[in-house]
Design a protein around this ligand. Structure first.
Ligand code: 4NP
Length: 166
């Protein structure tokens, strides 16, 4: 998709990853997607946000940063922000980590929103309807599972938006 913003042509899809705090699942998803789109040579606008406001301006959770680094991706420069109404027009696709995030997003979704809104795991045929488990309150190995989930979502997005896939 190509559209014009601020007199600049922006090529490629604009995708927002959404979770609760914007310090664990959605920054990992953004990091995995940034790496996957870069590897594929596809331009994309990628961002993440939380439905909650507790971590505005905060770097990702140290355990999330460590897991991303272990997978070769540096997410340390990302900063938390809260989902806003403009996101429903600025992005083509908003991907929520779980059903609760999806419900909260639907509650503030403007009626004329242009962004499609669905679950991250809806991108994976065998995982549709499922949520990405929140690793925040769990053990460190939960972050490896989160990475595996969001990395699979990133691969599905790259496949969907590859020029050859039509
Ligand atoms: P996230 O995890 O939604 O994957 O970023 C959470 C991070 C922080 C909180 C909850 C979930 N919190 O309550 O502060």
């Amino acid at each position: 998709m190509v559209d014009m913003r601020n007199d600049r042509a922006i090529a490629g899809p604009a995708i927002l990853f959404l979770c609760l705090g914007n310090i664990c699942r959605s920054p990992l998803a953004e990091g995995a997607a940034r790496a996957a789109f870069a590897r594929a040579g596809i331009d994309a606008t990628l961002d993440s946000a939380g439905t909650g406001d507790w971590h505005i301006g905060h770097a990702p959770d140290a355990r999330a940063q460590a897991e991303a680094r272990r997978r070769g991706v540096d997410i340390s420069a990302l900063r938390g922000r809260q989902l806003r109404r403009a996101d429903f027009y600025d992005f083509d696709l908003i991907l929520a980590a779980d059903a609760s995030n999806l419900r909260d997003a639907r509650a503030i979704r403007p009626t004329d929103a242009t962004a499609e809104l669905k679950l991250m795991l809806d991108l994976l045929p065998e995982r549709g309807g499922q949520g990405v488990t929140d690793p925040y309150y769990g053990e460190d190995d939960g972050f490896a599972e989160t990475w595996d989930d969001v990395d699979a979502v990133a691969a599905a997005l790259v496949a969907e938006f590859s020029p050859s896939s039509g």
